[in-house]
Design a protein around this ligand. Structure first.
Ligand code: UDP
Length: 323
């Protein structure tokens, strides 16, 4: 297949481009490099374009596209609380532009990067696809709006789509020279490892009074290559079945911020300088996935399930960080 990977210079997008190439697909990466990295575009051809500038999108469809994977998004919970317009503009309006371009060019399949943030505060220990969707920050709300648009597009236009709701993407493919790098870095595991290396500030632990095992937030960390694999499986599903699909992707096990810090210390063999800080806006206490549906329908079977091995891949990337 020829797959258009929108946001393929970003963290999850670059790993999906790698996985798609390894699976024998032909890919085109579309990116505006607002947050993506040129050295991360290592597979396929590149079209520099911007989903907020619809007139730039045609170039990406010059060669017939069989399916789109859409990773272009603003994705920081805290920032979304501070700058909601930017989130609705990029994540909702930008996606609409992309969907319209797909329609013009007769592309009928989309894999969409969604998020655990669409669920808000959990009402059950494990979050499955039927869990109530009540986002508590603009980031989650913007992604949920797109999920709704995709459901409408399935009935109106026959668009086939799969929303993959990532829990906490983590890890890297250090042997391929790609990994997680944001500017500024806000994510926990990179911040733990940068603190260990001394290339970043001491880690701030956001909140210690949540109702969790040790008072810090609990998340379900899932390896980015396992996420990438789910995208390929979603393409297979959409070849056979029409409609709008959605899957929650996580390992089904939660780790607190302090547990991640300790795992980072073990893996790196270094002390992690850290301080306790106030809660961060928009953070639910616990987010852990039930991925039974992905396992049964997609045959998804994550292979990097140990937190230590996820952090180890990130640690190897951070030590040799290429961008
Ligand atoms: N976190 C933290 N210090 C940091 C970065 C994150 O304590 O420097 C916490 C954050 O409050 C959340 C968890 O770690 O509870 C995971 O945050 P991250 O930004 O990695 O992912 P998110 O869950 O927001 O998608």
């Amino acid at each position: 297949m020829h797959i258009l990977v929108c946001g393929g210079a970003g963290y999850v997008g670059a790993h999906a481009a790698l996985a798609a190439t390894r699976a024998g697909h032909d890919i085109t990466v579309l990116d505006n490099f607002s947050t993506g990295h040129r050295p991360a575009v290592r597979w396929g051809r590149l079209v520099e374009a911007d989903i907020l500038k619809p007139e730039t999108l045609d170039a990406a469809f010059e060669r017939p596209v069989d399916a789109v994977m859409h990773f272009c998004a603003r994705s920081l919970v805290g920032e979304s609380v501070q700058e909601p317009y930017a989130y609705y503009e990029n994540n909702v309006m930008g996606t609409l532009n992309l969907l319209q371009a797909m329609r013009q060019h007769d592309v009928g399949k989309l894999v969409f990067s969604s998020t655990a943030a669409i669920f808000g505060n959990p009402v059950s220990a494990l979050i499955d696809e039927d869990h109530p969707k009540a986002p508590i920050n603009p980031y989650g709300a913007s992604k949920l709006m797109v999920e709704r648009i995709l459901a409408d597009a399935a009935s109106a236009y026959g668009l086939r789509s799969t929303c993959l709701r990532y829990f906490n993407a983590a890890g890297a493919a250090p042997e391929e020279g790609i990994g997680e790098s944001h500017q500024p870095e806000t994510h926990l595991i990179p911040n733990v490892l940068r603190a260990a290396l001394g290339t970043g500030p001491e880690l701030r632990i956001f909140g210690d009074d949540y109702d969790t095992v040790d008072g810090t937030c609990v998340r379900d960390y899932v390896h980015v290559l396992d996420l990438a694999d789910a995208h390929l499986r979603a393409l297979g599903l959409m070849s056979d079945v029409d409609g709008a699909h959605a899957f929650n992707l996580g390992n089904g096990q939660g780790f607190s911020v302090r547990q991640v810090l300790e795992a980072g210390r073990q893996v790196s063999g270094r002390e992690i300088p850290h301080v306790q800080a106030a809660r961060r806006d928009g953070d639910p206490a616990v987010l852990v996935a039930s991925s039974s549906k992905a396992r049964s329908v997609l045959g998804w079977n994550p292979v990097h399930t140990q937190l230590e091995s996820i952090i180890d891949s990130a640690w190897r990337w951070h030590q040799a960080q290429a961008y």
